[in-house]
Design a protein. Sequence first.
Length: 95
Amino acid sequence: NACYNDIPKKDLKEIGQMIDLLGEKAVKILVQSAREKAKPAAAGDYFSGTPVDVSTLTRVSKDDLGLLPQPSKPRFQTALVGIYVRSQPFGGSDK
């Protein structure tokens, strides 16, 4: 079976450079997008239900505090997912 250690050092270096470049590009896109959007949600605000229908999902949070509104014409599809274990203090330690 092949494993990580079987990858040549030269290839690992190139892969690392590509990953760094992708990360930099992604951060630039997210930062630019955040600057163009409206203000983040305030306490008690809830606007994460559109344009994607999330009505069948169980909502545990009381608001979208700090979450930016969804764009009306999104260029990318991403998701923000959280886990809350009701039987654990503060929803669990796996945050």
